[in-house]
Design a protein around this ligand. Structure first.
Ligand SMILES: [Zn+2]
Length: 198
């Protein structure tokens, strides 16, 4: 069962900002590191804390320098894995080792709302949030889900997402970006075809 962590964030590409919901907090986290070709939205411990707390409201305390450098190692490993799996390749073994290392640490325990004790509420530290992100990665990179990690169907777009839809038929990184561009192009081609047959 996948955790219900909110997904999606603003990313900058081609001089414009797009809301890109990768469908997975693990892939979102990889893109927050810039993914090798975009501006990073997490480049300081404070930005790491801010990014995490919007997804994991249980987080208490600020990220330390050490936790920030750990998070960069995880982010780089996730980025390489997302690119490999999204393009139909096998993930590098050393990156899988990094993921497994983080997943071996405690994540955020689930809790049921409606209790009486404040003490029973979960409070999480940065390491637990990184572990939770890692568990999401393990889920989406499992053999059953591999075909759901895909590149956007547009020729000139290489954004990679996890298709959460039941029908597994998501095509675009975002409807606003590539979905609409494809629709406009199809309409133009249709109109051109009609003109040619006139
Ligand atoms: Zn796209």
């Amino acid at each position: 069962m996948r955790q219900t962590v909110p997904t999606g964030q603003w990313i900058s590409r081609d001089g414009q900002d797009w809301w890109f919901d990768a469908g997975s907090v693990a892939i979102d986290f990889a893109y927050a590191g810039g993914f090798g070709n975009g501006p990073e939205s997490i480049s300081t411990p404070a930005e790491l804390t801010e990014w995490l707390v919007t997804r994991f409201p249980e987080l208490v305390g600020d990220a330390t320098d050490r936790e920030f450098s750990d998070s960069l190692a995880l982010q780089r490993a996730l980025t390489r894995l997302v690119i490999a799996v999204g393009t139909g390749a096998r993930g590098p073994a050393e990156d899988i080792d990094v993921v497994n290392l983080f997943a071996a640490t405690p994540d955020i325990p689930p809790s049921l709302a409606g209790g009486t004790r404040q003490a029973g509420r979960s409070r999480a530290h940065v390491g637990q949030c990184l572990s939770a992100i890692t568990r999401d990665a393990i889920e989406i990179f499992s053999a059953d889900n591999l075909d759901r990690v895909r590149e956007c169907a547009a020729d000139d777009c290489s954004l990679i997402f996890y298709d959460e839809s039941r029908s597994n038929n998501r095509r675009w990184c975002s409807m606003q970006r590539c979905g609409n561009r494809a629709k406009v192009r199809a309409h133009r081609n249709r109109s051109a075809g009609e003109q040619a047959t006139r």
